[in-house]
Design a protein around this ligand. Structure first.
Ligand SMILES: *Cc1c(COP(=O)(O)O)cnc(C)c1O
Length: 436
C-alpha cells in the first residue's frame, strides 16, 4: 500500500490507484482471516529466489554471534520507514555531517552514546572492525608494535595489518584468562626485544572463543602505568551489559551494533576520551589542485559520513531498550548458569569456558557424549543438528559434535528450561547417561 502512494500524485489517487489500494486491503484481510483460522503465514517469498527469513520466529536460535543483534520491534518498524538509501539525510544542514543532524535526532543520539559508555565523544561506525581501523590507522605507523592477545579477534589483526604495524600477543594463562600481570610482563618483554613499547593495546573484555572475562580494569591500570593508549573491545559487552569507559580506564571503547546492540549490520560505535578526540576524529585538510576545493569539517577516518540509513536508525530505535536491558545483565548470566546446570547433567559434556559462567556466550565439549554417537551414525554429526532442529533449536555450527559454541542471551527462563531439557532428551534417546 505504501508503494501505491509512492507512485501517486501528491494531490490525489487515480482510479487505478484507488483500485490497487482496495485490492491490497482485501488481500490484507484475507491474510488476517488465515491467521485467525490458524493456517499460518502463507507469504514465503520476497522476490525470486529470496525467501522470507523466519528463523527467529520458528526456532530458539542460539547462534553465538546472533543473540545480541536481534532487532527490537521498534527497530524493525524503523527499518521499514527508514530503509531508503540516505534516509536520515532529509534535514542535513551545515556543517553537513551525520553526527550533527538534528532531525531525526542523530546529534543527541551521538551525545547519548558517549554518556552511555562513560566516554566524551562518540561516532557510529560500520561495525566494531571499522572502529578498530579508525583508531589503529590514527595511531600506528609501519613497523609499530601493537599489543593484542592470544584470544584476540581476527579483525584486530587485520586493522593492524592494514596500517603496517606488527602484532605482539600476550598469552592467556592456563585458564584462558588474560591477566594484568601477563600484560605488564609482555610489555616489558616487547620493550626489550623491539626496543620500544607497543603504541597501542587492544584487549577484549569477553573474548569470542570462550566468552571468558579478561581483566580489563587491570589492563586499564597497566596502560596508564606504561603510558600506552588502550582500546577496550566491547563487541560482546556494549549493549548487553553496563560498560563504563572511565571506570575501566579506556582511551577508546568499541562496540558492535549488529552483535550486541539490537541493530542492523553493519553498525557499531567508537567512543573516545576528550584527550584523543581531535586525533581520531581529525577533519580534512586536503585540497583539489585545480579547483582548490576543500571539504570543511568532514572527518578523515570516517570518510565523512558512516551510517546514513537503516543501520543507524535501527541503533537509535533500539537504544532505549538497549539502555534498559544492560541493567538486567545479572539475569542473563543467571540463566546462562541455569542452562549449564541442565546441560552438564549429560555424562561426558564439558564446559570449556570459565565456570561459573559470567557471560551468555560459551564453548562446550561434547566429544565424550554426542560425538560418540556421531562416530557410528550414518548421518555423522548431522544427526545432532537434525535432532535439535526437530525440537525447534538452531544456531549451532551444522554437523559439529566435538566442540561448539552457543549463546543464551535473550532467552526467557521458560526457553532456557526447554533448551536444557532438549539436550537431555536427545542424550536419553541415544542412550547417553544422564544424572538425575
Ligand atoms: C564480532 C567481534 C568483532 C567484530 O565485530 P563487527 O561489528 O562485526 O566488526 C570484533 N571483536 C570481537 C571480540 C568480536 O566478537
Amino acid at each position: 500500500m505504501r508503494e501505491v502512494f509512492r507512485h501517486a500524485l501528491p494531490t490525489a489517487l487515480s482510479e487505478v490507484e484507488e483500485k490497487k489500494l482496495k485490492e491490497k486491503l482485501d488481500q490484507l484481510e484475507k491474510i488476517l482471516d488465515e491467521f485467525r483460522a490458524k493456517k499460518g503465514n502463507r507469504l514465503k517469498v520476497i522476490s525470486d529466489g529470496l525467501n522470507l527469513r523466519t528463523r527467529e520466529e520458528e526456532f530458539i536460535n542460539i547462534d553465538p554471534i546472533q543473540a545480541g543483534g536481534k532487532l527490537t520491534p521498534e527497530a524493525r518498524k524503523a527499518l521499514i520507514a527508514y530503509g531508503d538509501g540516505y534516509s536520515v539525510c532529509d534535514h542535513c544542514l551545515k556543517p553537513f555531517r551525520l553526527d550533527k543532524i538534528k532531525k531525526p535526532p542523530l546529534e543527541e543520539f551521538h551525545r547519548d552514546l558517549a554518556v552511555f559508555l562513560g566516554m566524551d565523544v562518540a561516532r557510529v561506525v560500520p561495525g566494531a572492525r571499522r572502529g578498530f581501523q579508525a583508531v589503529v590507522s590514527s595511531l600506528v605507523d609501519k613497523g609499530d608494535p601493537v599489543l593484542l592477545t592470544s584470544l584476540s579477534h581476527y579483525t584486530e589483526f587485520l586493522a593492524v595489518e592494514e596500517s603496517g604495524g606488527v602484532v605482539r600477543e600476550v598469552m592467556a594463562d592456563e585458564k584462558n584468562l588474560v591477566t594484568a600481570e601477563k600484560i605488564a610482563d609482555r610489555i616489558e618483554e616487547i620493550e626489550r626485544t623491539d626496543g620500544r613499547r607497543p603504541v597501542l593495546m587492544i584487549i577484549d573484555h569477553f573474548d569470542y572463543q570462550f566468552g571468558n572475562e579478561h581483566d580489563v580494569y587491570g589492563a586499564g591500570k597497566v596502560a596508564k602505568e606504561y603510558d600506552i593508549p588502550f582500546l577496550y573491545n566491547g563487541a560482546y559487552t556494549v549493549g548487553i551489559m553496563p560498560v563504563d569507559g572511565k571506570k575501566i580506564g579506556a582511551d577508546f571503547i568499541v562496540g558492535s551494533g549488529h552483535k550486541s546492540m539490537a541493530s542492523c549490520a553493519p553498525s557499531g560505535v567508537l567512543a573516545v576520551s576528550e584527550e584523543w578526540a581531535d586525533r581520531i576524529f581529525r577533519t580534512t585538510s586536503i585540497e583539489g589542485d585545480l579547483t582548490g576545493r576543500r571539504f570543511g569539517t568532514k572527518e578523515v577516518e570516517l570518510l565523512g559520513c558512516t551510517l546514513m540509513g537503516a543501520p543507524v536508525i535501527t541503533m537509535m530505535a533500539s537504544f532505549p531498550h538497549v539502555k534498559a536491558r544492560v541493567e538486567h545483565w545479572g539475569d542473563e548470566v543467571r540463566r546462562s548458569n541455569r542452562f549449564f546446570q541442565l546441560f552438564l547433567k549429560i555424562k561426558g559434556n564439558r564446559c570449556l569456558s570459565e565456570m561459573p559462567r559470567k557471560h551468555t556466550l560459551s564453548k562446550v565439549d561434547t566429544a565424550a557424549s554426542f560425538d560418540v554417537i556421531a562416530r557410528s551414525h550414518k548421518k555423522r554429526g548431522y544427526f545432532f543438528t537434525r535432532e535439535l532442529k526437530k525440537r525447534g533449536i538452531t544456531g549451532i555450527f551444522e554437523g559439529a559434535t566435538r566442540d561448539w559454541k552457543l549463546n543464551t542471551y535473550g532467552l526467557s527462563d521458560r526457553e532456557i528450561e526447554y533448551l536444557g531439557n532438549a539436550f537431555i532428551e536427545i542424550a536419553e534417546e541415544y542412550g547417553i547417561e544422564v544424572e538425575d
